[in-house]
Write a protein that binds this ligand. Structure first.
Ligand code: FES
Length: 101
């Protein structure tokens, strides 16, 4: 069964920005793409870079280490669609952001 974990306050994730948050010890990239929040694994599948520290362009988050690009809605790599980051369901309640692990 999925566990819902509070990871942030919604006001701390501005539109067009990504943040690295932690849920039960797991680093997660939390992204606000045009007002919709998405959560994907923070660990880049190239060489482990922190994707949540990268730049967001629409739904595409770019890893700051070597530029691999990730679709935050599906977790799929834009460079190599065979590779996919885990995605997590996100909800907002009373201004708090929760992800389901
Ligand atoms: S570690 Fe992310 S692009 Fe290389």
């Amino acid at each position: 069964m999925a566990t819902k974990v509070k990871v942030a306050e919604a006001r701390d994730i501005p539109v067009g920005q990504a943040r690295v948050v932690e849920a039960s010890g797991k680093p997660i990239a939390l992204v606000n793409a045009d007002g919709t929040l998405y959560a994907v694994d923070n660990t880049c599948l190239h060489r482990g870079g922190p994707v949540g520290e990268g730049d967001l362009d629409g739904l595409v988050l770019t890893c700051p280490w070597h530029g691999w690009r990730w679709d935050v809605k599906t977790g799929v790599s834009v460079n190599n669609p065979a590779v996919r980051l885990a995605c997590y369901a996100v909800s907002v309640e009373d201004g708090a952001v929760y992800v389901e692990l």
